[in-house]
Design a protein around this ligand. Structure first.
Ligand SMILES: Nc1ncnc2c1ncn2[C@@H]1O[C@H](COP(=O)(O)OP(=O)(O)OP(=O)(O)O)[C@@H](O)[C@H]1O
Ligand SMILES: [Mg+2]
Length: 270
């Protein structure tokens, strides 16, 4: 049972979050059933793709135990406070918040669900996002607490489900799609990542994990198909160096594919 004081605190926090997020035009959550399928890669590159097309954009790293966004952006340093509000970091014109800019590197976050959710409430309510066109939230794998917290409090208008083409990932992504449906997210789209590898020597396409499963799944589950991104060794290398491929090499096949996804998202969320 909650005390009256606790209920009042929750009300205050909900109001803070609601006022803050409604200054953001479009809110997007990126998740998947399976880990390691490219959620952070997709989140970061889509955010920069949106920004490159003239939109004020932010990234919320909602993966509290595996916060990879700052690493993929080469973003370090502590967060600053102004007028009792947390200021997001900014890199190449995109605002970013992550627990990785709060805790020392290499320190594990051994927090149970409620504590992780509490930090996400602060990311939504206490961070001074200002007016944004898009906020992209990179979620942890699975269908756990963070996904529920973010969809309830952030009120996203789009869920992007990332999958790789092989059955083991597609099976998990079906759970993710069903979760997005259950949480009443108005628009749901699937991206197939790591779809085919072009041999840089001979140009032959190797379907390492298969191809086409994401599109088929989107059709079967009656959700939007946003496109496929190829495996790109330069993108992986750039990510390790903290540089999103879409900023580093606009002409790479993967950057062109991301740019197409961004156009679909923009047209969808008018
Ligand atoms: N299309 C791609 N081509 C090449 N490498 C990729 C591609 N997509 C992702 N990667 C690489 O695969 C690894 C996993 O990607 P990423 O961290 O984005 O996955 P994730 O789904 O966020 O993982 P986690 O579930 O741990 O949060 C990274 O090293 C990333 O650079
Ligand atoms: Mg990730």
């Amino acid at each position: 049972m909650l005390t009256d004081e606790q209920k009042k605190q929750i009300e205050i926090q909900d109001k803070l979050i609601s006022d803050n997020i409604h200054k953001i035009k479009h809110r997007i959550v990126v998740f998947s059933g399976k880990g390691g399928v490219g959620k952070t890669t997709v989140s970061v590159n889509i955010a920069y793709g949106l920004q490159a097309k003239g939109n004020k954009t932010g990234i919320l790293d909602a993966d509290i135990t595996g916060p990879n966004v700052p690493k993929m952006l080469g973003l370090s340093g502590d967060l600053l406070m102004e007028n009792k509000r947390v200021m997001p970091k900014e890199i190449n014109g995109v605002k970013v918040i992550s627990i990785a800019n709060i805790i020392p590197p290499d320190q594990p976050v051994i927090w149970r669900g409620p504590l992780r959710s509490k930090l996400l409430f602060q990311f939504l309510g206490d961070v001074e996002w200002g007016y944004l066109d898009y906020l992209v939230a990179d979620l942890p794998p699975g269908t756990g607490d963070e996904i529920i917290t973010m969809t309830q409090k952030m009120e996203p208008d789009l869920a992007i489900i990332v999958t790789t083409p092989q059955e083991i990932s597609l099976v998990d992504s079906r759970r993710a799609v069903n979760m997005a449906k259950k949480m009443n997210i108005p628009k749901i789209g699937i991206i197939e990542n790591m779809s085919g590898l072009m041999c840089p020597e001979c140009g032959y396409r190797i379907d390492l994990f298969g191809s086409g499963g994401g599109k088929k799944q989107a059709e079967e589950m009656n959700v939007l198909y946003l496109g496929m991104l190829p495996i790109d060794t330069e993108a992986r290398k750039m990510a390790d160096e903290g540089k999103p491929i879409i900023l580093e090499n606009k002409n790479a096949d993967i950057s062109i594919a991301i740019s197409n996804v961004v156009d679909i998202i923009k047209n969808m969320l008018i």
